[in-house]
Each structure stands twice: as structure tokens, then as C-alpha cells.
Design a protein around this ligand. Structure first.
Ligand SMILES: [Cu+2]
Length: 502
């Protein structure tokens, strides 16, 4: 009897060991396949693998650690305002620009080293391009990086061949020209790279610029660029002890985050407010972090626009929440404010508004038309977002450039239901972005969207276990991307292809 018990115990232990071995092997091989498929480069793979397995702060078994944001003790510096890009020439109907993706260096800290960064027409980030509604904008794009890049015009409703998705890669040292017919609402859009395999890294290192769709008809709002109308590209970054950026070391498969907040590429910034009302165009340009923006005095901001244009009416908001890729325009009223006020992200101040003598502002809110939407009952397509780290998918699939996932007809209006299926860790919010369209949110879990979401959108946050319905009308043709805007999720294949034909 005794020896029989021993045998059972031994066999049990053996089975246990085999199971553990199988598990370890399976995981390791899965990761290796995935990595090689993604990067085709063993050095990156080793660094990644080391990072993932080595220190246990990310990896296949859990969502990566999100760095805690910290207030900077760096001395204050004036908020850099991206330069409005001067056209090469302007004709009756067209505006010509040149945009160069280039390598540069930047110093983020007084006591820090300068570090390699990327920028458009400069060392970091990029200029602001004005795109007047009704005009044709011709852009010569030049790639001076040592690797392919693309020039993606996030939020622009243009044909797919001009869109700068992964299919429109510009090889190192080469140039390409795009022709963009601007026919959409005045709005704050942005541009960034979108090459397969290096989007996250190129954005992290600094490639992002502003696109302002403008319209003379919209004149009742503050619109003196850099004075009463300012952009704030907000990003989180992690720096080495020396103050350098090191994407390879800090990369996280579940979305790379940092503890330092950059506003227009700078740490701990100030802006001298000169007018009673300041229009701030917030862009979440981070790779993976959601931001909750608040004012340090606890006062309300007034949200006037979403990603793709003005709201039906302004909405007072204490907190503006933006996931990666999303934008919001807000008006901040300083007329009753005596002391400096900081803009905070997740409670951490990063840009201080310094109040001096304020000029009177008179606001004449332009009204935007109310649009009739489809009813909540209709669903044309269902998309399920799932997974974490490098095991992310849409409808159970990862990106395949040779597969068209959705075919649609130009002129059609469809309702998509986007579901975020929670995983065993509970899941995480995925910002879902579609190229080539601006859409409307119909409902969240069957409820109408909040007032501040009743505007044009190109990126929508979908929380774990949530179903968001959107209505979209296709006006441009070609093969467009739709994907999660956590850039590392996109790299890991959380992306599909939408083909619109006549
Ligand atoms: Cu995602």
C-alpha cells in the first residue's frame, strides 16, 4: 500500500514537471515567432526578450507596468509653439509645402545630455501645417531617416493612396508627393509615421506634427496662433539617468509609457496668458498613455471640439480624457483668475499658465449642425478587440497586408459595433482609429454618447467589456487601415484593412 502511494506521488510530480516545461517552451517559442515575424531582426528580438522575460515588468502573462507620472523639478521654460510651416508657394487653388523627416538631437534637461531625436523640418516634433478647407494642398515629403517611414495624415478624409499608411512607405533618402483635397470641417489633426514595424519607435523618438484644417467662415473663436490659440501635443516619455531617450530599453509590448510629461516636446513649461479666453488644442501624442486633463484651480474648461470638428454645442468639463491619438479643443476662461494655473495630466502639473494683464475676448460660438444618426438597433459590422501585449487581435486575427478584412462601397453609411472583450487580466482600454473617415458615436453600451462626444471622431476609446457603436460614411476609395492607437498594439498586429471601392 505504501509503495503504491509513493508511485502516485512520483507520477504526479513528473506530470507537473512536464506541464511546466511545456508551458515555458510554448511561451518562449510563441514569442520568438512573433518577434521574428514583426522585426526580422535578432538583435531587437534579444533586447525585447530580455526586457520582457528579464525584469518581469511586461510580457505575455500580464499587462506591462504603466510608469507613474511625476511632476518635474526641472526649472520652468517657455512652452515651445510649433512653427507654422511657410508654404513653398501658393496659387489660386493650391498650397505647396515640403515636409522632411529627419534625424536630430534634443536636450530635455538642463543637466542632461543631448539625445538623438527625430523631427519634421527640425530636431523634434514638427511644424504646424495650415490646410484651408476647399483648397488643394500639395506636400513634398522627404525621408532623410536611415530607414523607411510614411507620412500619415491622421484624421484627414483623403484617398487611401495619399493617406500614408503602411502601404505608402517612402524608402530612406527618397521623396514622394501627395495631393490632398481639403474638404472637411475645421479641426485639429496631426501627422505621424505609420511604417509597419517602426511606427511606435519613430513616434516615440519625436515624429509628430500638427495639421489645422481651417475655414474663414469660422471666425468667432480665438484664432491668433500662439497667442490666444495654442496647440499642446502631450506625450509621456521615460528618460535614462543621463536624460536620454532609449526606446529599445524602455519599450513595452503592451504600450510604452514614461514618467515625464512633455508639452510640445518640452518639460515643465509655462505660457504667458494675454487674453481672457485661451483656446487650447490638446493632442494626446503618447504611444500608449490615456491622459485625464484638469486645471489646478479645479475650474471648468469648455470643450468646443472633438477630433474632427466642433461639437454641436460647447460643453463645460472638469476633466478632459484623451486616449492616444484623440484630440480635444477647449476654451479656458482666465477672466476671474488672479494666480497662475497649471494644466495637469492625471493630477500632475506640466504646463503653467501665467496670468498677467488680460485683453478682453469676445467669443461668438459658431454653431455646428446637428446630424441625424442611425438608430441603435442597426449593426452592419462587428469588431472585437481582444488581448494584450503581443497577443492582441481584432476579430481573432492579426494584421496581414495581403488580406482585406472589410469591403465597403463609397457613399455607403454603415454602423460598426466595436466590442472590447476583456482578457483574464481584466483588459485595457483600446483607442480604436479608422483612416480615411470621420465618424460619429451612436451609443456606448446602448446609451447615447455624452455631450462632449457628440462631434466628429476618428479615434474612439473603447473600455474593457464595452460596446461602442459608430456610424461612418465612406467618401474616399482605396485600402485604409483601422487599428488600435496604442502604437505597440498596432505593431503587434492589432490592425485590419478596409477596402472602399466605387
Ligand atoms: Cu490596444
Amino acid at each position: 500500500m505504501k509503495s503504491k502511494g509513493m508511485w502516485f506521488l512520483l507520477i504526479g510530480i513528473l506530470i507537473g514537471i512536464i506541464l511546466v516545461l511545456l508551458f515555458v517552451l510554448f511561451n518562449g517559442r510563441w514569442n520568438m515567432n512573433n518577434m521574428n515575424h514583426m522585426w526580422g531582426d535578432n538583435s531587437t528580438f534579444e533586447q525585447m526578450d530580455d526586457h520582457m522575460m528579464g525584469n518581469g515588468d511586461s510580457g505575455p502573462m500580464g499587462h506591462g507596468t504603466i510608469q507613474e507620472l511625476e511632476a518635474s523639478d526641472e526649472s520652468e521654460q517657455p512652452l515651445p509653439i510649433p512653427t507654422p510651416l511657410k508654404p513653398d508657394r501658393v496659387t489660386e487653388s493650391a498650397i505647396y509645402y515640403t515636409v522632411v523627416a529627419d534625424e536630430g538631437t534634443s536636450r530635455f534637461f538642463q543637466d542632461g545630455k543631448s539625445t538623438e531625436t527625430l523631427g519634421y523640418n527640425g530636431d523634434l516634433l514638427g511644424p504646424m501645417l495650415e490646410l484651408p478647407k476647399g483648397k488643394t494642398v500639395v506636400i513634398d515629403t522627404i525621408n532623410r531617416l536611415d530607414e523607411p517611414t510614411t507620412f500619415h495624415w491622421h484624421g484627414l478624409v483623403i484617398p487611401a493612396e495619399m493617406d500614408g499608411g503602411p502601404h505608402q512607405a517612402v524608402p530612406a533618402g527618397e521623396r514622394a508627393q501627395v495631393r490632398l483635397d481639403i474638404d472637411q470641417e475645421p479641426s485639429t489633426l496631426w501627422f505621424h509615421p505609420h511604417p509597419m514595424g517602426s511606427t511606435a519607435e519613430q513616434v516615440y523618438k519625436g515624429l509628430a506634427g500638427l495639421l489645422y484644417v481651417t475655414d474663414d467662415a469660422q471666425s468667432g473663436l480665438p484664432n491668433e496662433y500662439g497667442v490666444d490659440d495654442i496647440p499642446l501635443i502631450v506625450q509621456d516619455r521615460l528618460f535614462t539617468k543621463n536624460g536620454e531617450l532609449d526606446y529599445d530599453a524602455h519599450m513595452n509590448v503592451d504600450g510604452t509609457t514614461g514618467d515625464t510629461i512633455l508639452a510640445n516636446g518640452a518639460v515643465n513649461t509655462t505660457f504667458d496668458v494675454q487674453t481672457e479666453t485661451l483656446r487650447v488644442r490638446l493632442v494626446n501624442g503618447s504611444n500608449a498613455r490615456d491622459f485625464d486633463f484638469t486645471l489646478s484651480n479645479g475650474e471648468m474648461m469648455t470643450q468646443i471640439a472633438t477630433d474632427g470638428g466642433l461639437l454641436e454645442r460647447p460643453v463645460p468639463m472638469k476633466t478632459i480624457s484623451l486616449t492616444p491619438g484623440e484630440r480635444a479643443e477647449v476654451l479656458i476662461d482666465f477672466s476671474q483668475v488672479k494666480d497662475n494655473v497649471a494644466l495637469e495630466a492625471d493630477g500632475v502639473p506640466f504646463t503653467t499658465f501665467r496670468i498677467g494683464e488680460l485683453d478682453k475676448t469676445s467669443i461668438d460660438m459658431p454653431t455646428s449642425e446637428t446630424i441625424e444618426l442611425s438608430t441603435d438597433e442597426k449593426i452592419d459590422r462587428q469588431l472585437t478587440l481582444f488581448g494584450m501585449g503581443n497577443m492582441v487581435s481584432i476579430n481573432g486575427k492579426t494584421y496581414d497586408p495581403d488580406r482585406i478584412d472589410i469591403e465597403a462601397k463609397r457613399g455607403d453609411t454603415e454602423v460598426w459595433e466595436i466590442e472590447n472583450k476583456p482578457d483574464m487580466m481584466g483588459g485595457m482600454t483600446h483607442p480604436f482609429h479608422i483612416h480615411g473617415v470621420q465618424f460619429r458615436i451612436i451609443s456606448r453600451d446602448g446609451n447615447p454618447p455624452a455631450d462632449h462626444e457628440k462631434g466628429w471622431k476618428d479615434t474612439v476609446a473603447v473600455s474593457p467589456d464595452e460596446r461602442v457603436k459608430i456610424e461612418l460614411t465612406f467618401t474616399e476609395t482605396g485600402t485604409f487601415m483601422y487599428h488600435c492607437h496604442i502604437l505597440e498594439h498596432e505593431e503587434n498586429g492589432m490592425m485590419g484593412q478596409l477596402k472602399v471601392t466605387d
